[in-house]
Each structure stands twice: as structure tokens, then as C-alpha cells.
Ligand binder design. Structure first.
Ligand code: C2O
Ligand code: CU
Ligand code: CU
Length: 428
């Protein structure tokens, strides 16, 4: 089989141009921000082993930049602090490393303007493929990439953020899947593989398909050890999921966004419309038998007894001005908040004493969820975003391997990030 003999070793070059475009979105003409005139931006695909170059051209009137979210690359190459002036180009380069097959995405990261640039349309998906993708049963699964990105259009423009939007995190009234409202996708009977990115600034999605189990085979930028069968899966902003559905016979499958309250103390409009439809799959063809993969990626159990440091990060906020904090500090680009040593393991407690959820994201270094409020994680997974529910503590373990340098950690509700909920970690 051809694909098997194609371990990546190519040099790939992608060009992404950010600009203002007029697109028709859910039947309305609107001025939005796009990569290559497309909302969401184009799918970037690489194989493990490939050298990847992404040339980012900023054709906006304002500074921007590009962050390749979740990619295991050196902090120097990630360079989220570096801003790309209007009319200029910056190249981001990395090697798609062995073991990094998974779902990624890209978005702007210019502090203070991330929320608006993303909310107005700037995000796109990226996939790295590896050996597991080239063998059965995944090799012949029907794959659909679904980028979930909400938006709100008023008078031909993207609706502005107002006062409390910066506190709650603004949810657009148009919930779009690949830029479309409630698309219908025809698929053949067999194994359906959904690769879903929550590319929304603030909206959460609790995914479910009535009548079907979701067989989760990957989260964020990694496979799991074996499929995990669930009825629903919560995706907070920045998180990705790789899900198999056994679409064995002709039928109609509905991907729903089920109610979830991310601000249990907050206003009720935060709850998504009950059972809101995201997309419909029209399964066509003869009845087909399918097999789930049995063994996926081996994920090492981390020996917490060897951890060299135990850190606590506590979320908070101030009013007037409205700012969000980590360990009582508002983000400062010039300050190093935490440090760690290369080639060590650390355990972090992320403490959220607030009445709203916050998705915690760390650049460069994947981590494992150890426990939520003392309850052990149900299965092992490499993650780069973890939701920290209201009034909860999440414990994660992070092996600092391979790279040194300064990396960022932040809340992935982008409003919170822009108003201070971010810090710098230096790995020495
Ligand atoms: Cu997806 Cu620092 O970001
Ligand atoms: Cu990131
Ligand atoms: Cu937050």
C-alpha cells in the first residue's frame, strides 16, 4: 500500500495571508478576517518527519502574528511574542516529530488583539499524520475536519465586544461548522472519523450524537491508548477531539451541542440552546461492518514521585479595571513568572476558585491530566488544553523535555487572555 511507504521526509511550505474579506456567512454578506480569503483558514497537512514552513503574510491594517497551537516545537520557533507589522511576512518553521500525529490549529497571538482577530474569523485547522493513520481501520475511514467557530454579524460587520463580554467571554449567535450554519454532509456507510477543533473565542461545546457512542481515539495533539467510548464530550476553547462513529447503515446522524453551563454562577444565556444542531451526516450506502482500532499510542504513566517541583497556579480577577489574573498577577510580557528545569517532571495544581470555568493552555510541552478535585483522571492522555471547571482544582503533570526557553501559559477564553490571564514560564 502506497501510503505505508510514505513516511514524511518532505519539506512543505504553506503560505497564509491574513486580510479583510467580504464573505457570505449564513446567508449574510459580511466583512470578516480571513486566511487566504477563507473562513476558517485552509487545512494544513503534514506527515511525521516532514519539515514544515508556514509563511505568514500580514495584509491586515494592524499588527498580527501566527501561533501553531499545540505543535511540539522550540519556544524560539513558536515566538508568540513576536508581532508581524502590517504589510510584512514572518516564517514559522518546525519539524513534525515522530509521535506528534494529531489535530492542531492556528490562530493569531498578538497580545491584546487576539480575541477580536479570532472572533472576526482568523483560525484554521492543521493535521499531522503518522503510522496509525496509514493502517486499517483508520486508513479507510471517512474523515471530516470540523472547525467550530462562532461569530456574530450586525450590519455587515462582526459585532463588537462590549463591557461584560470581556468578563463572560463573548459567544456569537451564529454557531458555524467550517464557516457554515448546520451543514449537511453526505458520507458513505463505514467508519466516520470526526476531527473537531473548538476554534471559538469563548464558546464551549458539549458534543453528542443521539443513538451513537462517541469513540474517542485522540485528544488535542495525540492519540489515546485505545478508543474511549462516551455519550458526550466537552470541548472547551482550544481543545480538539478525534472521534470515530460507527456509521454502519444508511441513516441520519445529528451532531449536537448539548447544554453545559460554563458559568454556573452566571447568567442563564451562557447555556447553549438545548440540543442545538451543529451538523447532520447523511449516511448513504449498503450496510457495512466496521472495526474499531484496538491499540493506538502507548502513553507512559508518569511517576509523580520523581517530580522535582510542585507548583500552584490560582486564577482570579479584579474589577475596575476588569482584569483576570494568575497568582494575583496580570500578564506582563517582560516578567518571568515561573521557571522549570529541562528534563524534569513537574506537578502543577491549577486552582480555580471562581464561579466560571477557565480552559488552561500551556505552549510547547504536552501534559497529562492527573486528577480533577482529587478524582483520578479516567484514562491517560497527552493534552495541551484542560478545562478547569468553576470552583475546582485540576492537577497536571508536565515532563519538560527537549526544549528550553520561554513559553506561555494562559486561559484559552481569549477575552481573559487579552485582559491579563497569562504568564511566562522559563525552562532552563
Ligand atoms: Cu491557542 Cu497561546 O494559544
Ligand atoms: Cu498554544
Ligand atoms: Cu478564563
Amino acid at each position: 500500500m502506497n501510503a505505508l511507504t510514505n513516511p514524511g521526509s518532505k519539506t512543505l511550505q504553506f503560505d497564509l495571508t491574513a486580510r479583510k474579506s467580504i464573505l457570505t456567512i449564513a446567508g449574510q454578506k459580511a466583512e470578516v478576517l480571513t486566511y487566504n480569503n477563507s473562513f476558517p483558514g485552509p487545512l494544513l497537512e503534514a506527515q511525521e518527519g516532514d519539515q514544515v514552513m508556514v509563511r505568514f503574510h500580514n495584509q491586515l491594517q494592524v499588527p498580527s502574528n501566527l501561533h501553531l497551537h499545540g505543535i511540539f516545537m522550540s519556544p524560539e520557533d513558536d515566538k508568540p511574542h513576536e508581532v508581524v507589522a502590517p504589510g510584512t511576512t514572518l516564517t514559522y518553521a518546525f519539524e513534525a516529530q515522530a509521535g506528534s500525529a494529531g489535530m492542531y490549529w492556528y490562530h493569531p497571538h498578538a497580545h491584546g488583539s487576539v480575541t477580536r482577530q479570532l472572533f472576526e474569523g482568523l483560525s484554521g485547522p492543521m493535521i499531522i499524520r503518522g503510522p496509525l493513520d496509514r493502517i486499517e481501520p483508520l486508513a479507510s475511514a471517512t474523515e471530516k475536519v470540523l472547525v467550530l467557530h462562532d461569530i456574530q454579524i450586525e450590519n455587515g460587520k462582526v459585532a463588537p465586544h462590549e463591557g461584560m463580554d470581556w468578563g463572560r467571554g463573548k459567544e456569537g449567535n451564529l454557531v458555524l461548522v467550517n464557516g457554515e450554519s448546520r451543514p449537511t454532509l453526505p458520507i458513505p456507510t463505514g467508519l466516520l472519523r470526526l476531527r473537531i477543533v473548538n476554534a471559538s473565542a469563548a464558546r464551549y461545546y458539549k458534543l453528542g450524537v443521539p443513538g451513537k457512542k462517541l469513540q474517542v481515539i485522540g485528544l488535542d495533539g495525540s492519540f489515546l491508548e485505545q478508543p474511549v467510548s462516551v455519550d458526550t464530550l466537552l470541548l472547551s476553547p482550544g481543545e480538539r477531539a478525534d472521534i470515530l462513529l460507527e456509521a454502519t447503515e444508511a441513516s441520519t446522524l445529528s451532531l449536537l451541542n448539548l447544554p453545559y453551563k460554563r458559568t454556573p454562577m452566571g447568567p442563564s444565556q451562557d447555556t447553549p440552546v438545548e440540543g442545538a444542531l451543529l451538523a447532520t451526516f447523511e449516511v448513504q450506502g449498503d450496510t457495512n461492518t466496521v472495526h474499531l482500532p484496538e491499540k493506538l499510542l502507548e502513553i507512559p504513566e508518569l511517576n509523580l514521585a520523581t517530580a522535582t517541583d510542585h507548583k500552584t497556579l490560582t486564577f482570579g480577577a479584579t474589577m475596575q479595571p476588569l482584569q483576570f489574573t494568575i497568582n494575583n498577577k496580570v500578564f506582563d510580557h517582560h516578567r518571568t513568572d515561573l521557571s522549570a528545569r529541562a528534563d524534569t517532571l513537574e506537578v502543577w495544581d491549577i486552582v480555580n476558585p471562581m464561579g466560571m470555568d477557565h480552559p488552561f493552555h500551556l505552549h510547547t510541552f504536552p501534559f497529562q491530566l492527573i486528577s480533577l478535585n482529587g478524582e483520578p483522571a479516567p484514562f491517560r492522555a497527552w493534552k495541551d488544553v484542560v478545562n478547569v471547571p468553576a470552583n475546582s482544582t485540576v492537577r497536571i503533570a508536565i515532563p519538560f523535555r527537549k526544549y528550553t526557553g520561554k513559553v506561555m501559559y494562559h486561559c484559552h477564553i481569549l477575552e481573559h487572555e487579552d485582559v491579563g490571564m497569562m504568564g511566562n514560564l522559563e525552562v532552563l
